[in-house]
Design a protein around this ligand. Structure first.
Ligand code: NAP
Length: 281
C-alpha cells in the first residue's frame, strides 16, 4: 500500500511556489500578497491562521492578518473587504470561517472580489469551476486532487465516489474529478447503500466528519482513498476512513494527520500566486 505523504507533497509544492514567487518578484518587482481576516478568538481558527501566515512567509508572499473581536459589526468587516478589494498590493483575501452568528457568511463571501477569492467560495468561482472555466478552486479539494494525480496521472474513465456534498469539499471535489473525465458519484447522508457505492470506486474521497465511517470491506483492491476528515476522538485525531482496515485493501491511502491537511495550506498559497498572475495579464 502506498501511504500518500501529504506533508512531503506539501513541502514539495511550497518549494516550487517559493521559486515561482522569486521569479515573479524579479519580473514584476513585487510579490503576491495574502490578507487573512480573523474574527474572534476560536483556538482552531487562530492556529489555522498562524499556520497560513507562517507558510505564506516561508514561500516569500507578503502576508497580513487583520484581527477583529467577536463583537465586530458586519459593516466594519464588509468595509474592510471593500478596501482590500481596491488595494493593488493584495492579491488574495481570505476570511477565516466560522464567523460569529451575527455576521452573514454568504454576504461576506460575496463581498470579496472574485479575482481575489483565494478560498474559491464566491458564487462566480463556484460557477466557473462547474462550467470548466478558470477559477479559484477551494483549497482542500484542490489538495486532494493534486495528491490523487501524484498516484494516478490519468484519471480518465475511472469511477470515483465522493462521500459528502458540502460546498467546501464534496461538491468542488466532484467538479475536479469530472473535469478529469472520471465517472463520479456524489453521496451524502441520504444515500441508501454507501458501502455498495464505495465498493464500485477506483477513487474514494471521504469528506464527512464521521470518525472511521469508511471501513475495510467498503473498498475494493487497488482503490485510491483520500481521507479529508479531521475528527477529535478519545483516541486522538482520526479521519473519516478506518485507516488500519482500509490500508489492507487500498492501493493508496492518505493518513490523518499528515495527508490532506498540509496540502490545504499549500494550495492556499498556490491560489494566492495564481490570483496575482491573473491580475498581471
Ligand atoms: P460538512 O459541511 O458537515 O458536510 C458533511 C457531508 O457529509 C454532508 O454532505 C453530509 O450529507 C455528509 N454525510 C453526513 N453523514 C453521512 C453519512 N452517514 N453518509 C454519507 N454522507 C454523510 O463537512 P465538511 O466541511 O465537508 O467537512 C468534512 C470533514 O472534513 C470534517 O471532518 C472536517 O473537519 C474535515 N475537513 C478537513 C479539512 C482538511 O484540510 N483536511 C478541511 C475542511 C474540512 P448531507 O448533505 O446530506 O447532510
Amino acid at each position: 500500500m502506498i501511504l500518500i505523504d501529504g506533508k512531503k507533497a506539501a513541502a514539495e509544492l511550497r518549494a516550487e511556489l517559493k521559486e515561482e514567487v522569486a521569479e515573479l518578484k524579479s519580473k514584476h518587482n513585487k510579490v503576491p500578497g495574502l490578507t487573512v481576516i480573523l474574527i474572534g478568538d476560536l483556538t482552531p481558527s487562530q492556529i489555522y491562521v498562524r499556520n497560513k501566515e507562517k507558510s505564506a512567509n516561508e514561500v516569500g508572499l507578503k502576508s497580513e492578518v487583520i484581527k477583529y473581536p467577536d463583537s465586530v459589526e458586519e459593516k466594519t468587516v464588509l468595509e474592510k473587504i471593500q478596501e482590500l478589494n481596491n488595494d493593488e498590493t493584495v492579491s488574495g483575501i481570505l476570511v477565516q470561517l466560522p464567523l460569529p452568528k451575527h455576521i452573514d457568511k454568504q454576504k461576506v463571501i460575496e463581498a470579496i472580489d472574485p479575482s481575489k477569492d483565494v478560498d474559491g467560495f464566491h458564487p462566480m468561482n463556484v460557477g466557473n469551476l462547474s462550467s470548466g472555466y478558470e477559477s479559484s478552486i477551494p483549497c482542500t479539494p484542490l489538495g486532494c486532487y493534486l495528491l490523487i494525480k501524484k498516484i494516478e496521472p490519468n484519471l480518465s474513465g475511472k469511477k470515483a465516489v465522493v462521500v459528502g456534498r458540502s460546498n467546501l469539499n464534496g461538491k468542488p471535489m466532484t467538479q475536479l474529478l469530472l473535469k478529469e473525465n472520471c465517472t463520479v458519484t456524489i453521496t451524502h447522508s441520504k444515500t441508501k447503500d454507501l458501502k455498495a457505492e464505495c465498493l464500485e470506486a477506483d477513487i474514494i474521497v471521504a469528506a464527512v466528519g464521521i470518525p472511521e465511517l469508511v471501513r475495510g470491506d467498503w473498498v475494493k483492491k487497488d482503490s485510491i482513498v483520500i481521507d479529508v476528515g479531521i475528527n477529535k476522538t478519545d483516541n486522538g485525531i482520526v479521519g473519516d476512513v478506518h485507516f488500519d482496515e482500509v490500508s489492507k485493501n487500498a492501493k493508496a491511502l492518505t493518513p490523518v494527520p499528515g495527508g490532506v491537511g498540509p496540502m490545504t495550506i499549500a494550495c492556499l498559497l498556490k491560489n494566492t500566486i495564481d490570483c496575482f498572475k491573473r491580475s498581471q495579464i
